[in-house]
Design a protein around this ligand. Structure first.
Ligand code: SF4
Length: 301
């Protein structure tokens, strides 16, 4: 198991089973706390072969080199980071996606996850990443006609891809909760259960670019649904969208840049993929950039 020391105690994590153990009676001196975020997301490429109207991903051509990603992951791993999540755009369109996953799995102790629209999870790609991915997140915004209107792809085709992906690794379903999807959460839970997914991640829509945030009516309906939920698939919610929802945070003191950071396709590290100042990662590495970012935003984290 990988270990990490922080404000909340000694955290142990097994990337193969997903088991987390927190020994909260262990109180270490702050100088011993891990200096790196618990989780880091990395946007590998801005490329995407879908054209979702609500997409807020940057559209300028940009892609990270596999060598840069490898160097950053080595640093992050050695300083206590637990997991990396690759995203984009569509991360599977990075020409070295399989090699990047393989390097992360074999050369570090990080849990390797990625978020995808799912339509490229066909057997040739799945065979290339087999054994090198510990969790796959697939974005499924609604079911049937709702999904097809938003993504422009057949929902039945997505279901086949989900079943194939589940044979490779544990699976999670991500749903942006908005006016279109909030009424379909029960149907999404059923889809998740039927394909063997272990988690439904609720992402209440945030304002980004021309896309508005979920309305108060949507938030209210989501809260009512979550409070009465008794399904078999685990629910999770983005921290930014969790207000008003009954959540359990096992690491309540590990916040901000100690919990999470995002690296975009230009090699800029920031506190969120949505907004906020960023710092370009230079030759002195990702931790040096992280420290400059902490100074920039005045974070004690
Ligand atoms: S699949 Fe994701 S990255 Fe691609 S267009 Fe849709 S929202 Fe944007």
């Amino acid at each position: 198991m990988k270990t990490r020391i922080g404000q909340d105690g000694l955290h142990l994590f097994n990337r193969h089973t997903g088991l987390n153990i927190l020994l909260d009676e262990v109180r270490a001196d702050p100088s011993a706390w891990s200096s790196t975020p618990r989780q880091v997301s990395i946007a590998l490429t801005n490329l995407c072969d879908l054209h979702c109207s609500f997409c807020f991903a940057p559209k300028h051509p940009a892609m990270l080199s596999a060598e840069s990603v490898a160097a950053w992951l080595k640093e992050l791993d050695q300083t206590g980071c637990m997991a990396v999540g690759f995203g984009g755009g569509e991360p599977t369109l990075h020409p070295q996606f399989a090699e990047i996953c393989q390097h992360a799995a074999e050369e570090t102790r990080l849990a390797v996850t990625f978020t995808t629209h799912g339509h490229r999870l066909v057997p040739p790609l799945l065979e290339r990443i087999a054994g090198n991915v510990h969790f796959i997140r697939v974005s499924v915004d609604g079911v049937k006609a709702t999904y097809e209107a938003q993504r422009g792809r057949r929902f039945s085709a997505l279901l086949e891809r989900l079943k194939d992906a589940r044979k490779l690794a544990p699976l999670g379903i991500n749903v942006v909760v908005n006016e279109s999807t909030v009424h379909e959460l029960d149907a999404l839970v059923k889809v998740a259960y039927d394909v063997g997914a272990s988690e439904l991640l609720l992402l209440p829509q945030l304002a980004a670019g021309e896309v508005g945030a979920a309305s108060s009516a949507v938030r209210h309906e989501l809260e009512q649904w979550a409070c009465s939920y008794a399904g078999k698939v685990r629910l999770a919610v983005s921290e930014a969208g969790s207000e008003g929802l009954p959540t359990c945070d096992p690491l309540p003191q590990e916040k901000g840049l100690r919990a999470y950071a995002h690296i975009d396709t230009s090699g800029v590290i920031r506190a969120s993929s949505y907004e906020g100042p960023g710092v370009r990662i230079g030759a002195d590495g990702v931790l040096a950039a992280l420290n400059r970012l902490k100074s920039t935003i005045g974070s004690e984290a």
